[in-house]
Write a protein that binds this ligand. Structure first.
Ligand SMILES: *Cc1c(COP(=O)(O)O)cnc(C)c1O
Length: 404
């Protein structure tokens, strides 16, 4: 028997609650069959069909037919991420890159033009600069989106989409979402923003005017480095096209288990981000004063070029990722990283633990970044460990590398 009292408790409209409450409750419910108060993982891939299945659209996404058309754990997570992003709708796919490629694939037609940022996740560069333009005749232009005038100059009759990333991975550059959204809409252009480095706790692009907010859920929203997923939040009109094209027909669906892990991890997003924000600002200030450090790029530093814009659009903090460079050569960078004990050399970011990557002077995209990055740098995703331990770890590795 269904406990009506509990059901009504969980069917509340959560829109009036604050972020932290929504992070705990939205997407969860009492399971109707067992009365367990956490929704279970539904690992089945096929659903029982109605009496007459012949009328079903097999490429549809509104009915439970087959998990590639939409699974229950995916749908529960979509409710939560839409709520966190302040978006009307959300689609969850199998990775951040599936979300990005699915968005581009669903929106763009050949002869459309896209303006995108010089600082983006590597797959965006590959997709737009190498694949979509050569395979599908989509016109693409790369610009430094930290200055809105660079975008203005490149707008064409056929510009359909502007894609920005702020803070931008890996150099942590900042673009003005509100101003770019206004420019885009005045010219009948859509704006998508990759919000992965900020997370919706610190920044919500849709509230600032963007049409789409993209997240790699693999990073802060899951937060524990143990699953992959991606989301696009925005208007249902566009996301339904993605459901049909990217999810059902390209097949970039998320597994129920990964959706469940992300749902669970996302409950503590506000708590983790508080600690990431605090630790990263502290570490950035510490690094800025160190002699062997050439520069630190972190939008929470007053000395940072993007500080003013970041202060306007990011709150309460600036996220956990920074980049910095040392007065040292290629080998010494590797030596320094390999002397670190609690900070791990690994890709990805936004995990509970601190992660660092050395990006060397051979990287093919360095010429797109400002000069100070050309001799190599470190991207550092500051974790939620004790901050003093993180700083001591950096200090001892610098000493062992004979840099201090
Ligand atoms: C990691 C990352 C992605 C890609 O996400 P995956 O889940 O690894 O596919 C996209 N954008 C940014 C900014 C990222 O850091």
């Amino acid at each position: 028997m269904v406990n009506k009292e509990h059901e009504s408790k969980y069917n509340k409209d959560y829109t009036k609650f604050n972020f932290q409450t929504r992070a705990v409750h939205v997407g969860n419910n009492v399971d109707k069959e067992t009365q367990v108060i956490k929704r279970p993982i539904t690992m089945g891939n096929s659903y029982r069909l109605p009496y007459d299945p012949s009328v079903i659209n097999w490429s549809g996404f509104d009915e439970n037919i087959y998990t590639r058309n939409g699974g229950s754990n995916q749908k529960f997570l979509e409710q939560k991420i839409a709520s966190m992003e302040g978006g009307k709708d959300c689609i969850i796919l199998g990775s951040g890159v599936a979300a990005l490629s699915g968005l581009f694939f669903s929106l763009l037609e050949s002869k459309d033009h896209v303006i995108f940022s010089n600082v983006t996740y590597i797959a965006v560069y590959r997709l737009l600069n190498e694949l979509f333009n050569k395979k599908f005749n989509v016109e693409t232009t790369i610009v430094d989106t930290t200055d809105i005038n660079n975008i203005k100059k490149e707008i064409r009759e056929n510009t359909k989409l502007i894609h920005i990333e702020t803070p931008g991975n890996p150099i942590i550059s900042i673009a003005d979402i509100k101003k770019i959204a206004k420019l885009a809409h005045n010219n009948n252009i859509l704006l998508s923003t990759d919000n992965t480095l900020a997370s919706p706790y610190n920044q919500r692009p849709i509230e600032l005017g963007a049409d789409f907010s993209v997240e790699s859920l693999t990073k802060y929203i899951n937060g524990h480095g143990d699953s992959m997923g991606g989301s696009v939040s925005g208007r249902k009109k566009f996301l339904d096209i993605m459901r049909s094209q990217a999810q059902v027909n390209l097949g970039s669906v998320i597994s129920p288990f990964n959706a469940w892990l992300i749902q669970r991890g996302s409950v503590t997003l506000p708590l983790r981000m508080e600690q990431h924000n605090k630790n990263a600002l502290h570490v950035a200030k510490f690094l800025e004063d160190l002699e062997p450090v050439k520069f630190v790029s972190y939008p929470g530093l007053k000395s940072n070029k993007g500080y003013k814009i970041a202060k306007k659009q990011m709150s309460p903090g600036y996220g956990g990722v920074l980049s910095f460079s040392l007065h040292c050569n290629h080998d010494e960078y590797n030596e320094f990283v390999n002397h670190l004990n609690i900070i791990t050399s690994a890709v990805s970011l936004g995990h509970d633990e601190s992660l660092i990557v050395f990006i060397g002077e051979e990287d093919e995209r360095l010429h797109l970044y400002p000069k100070e990055f050309h001799e190599g740098f470190l991207r550092f995703s500051v974790g939620i460990e004790d901050c003093e331990d993180i700083i001591n770890d950096i200090n001892q590795a610098l000493k062992k590398t004979a840099l201090i």
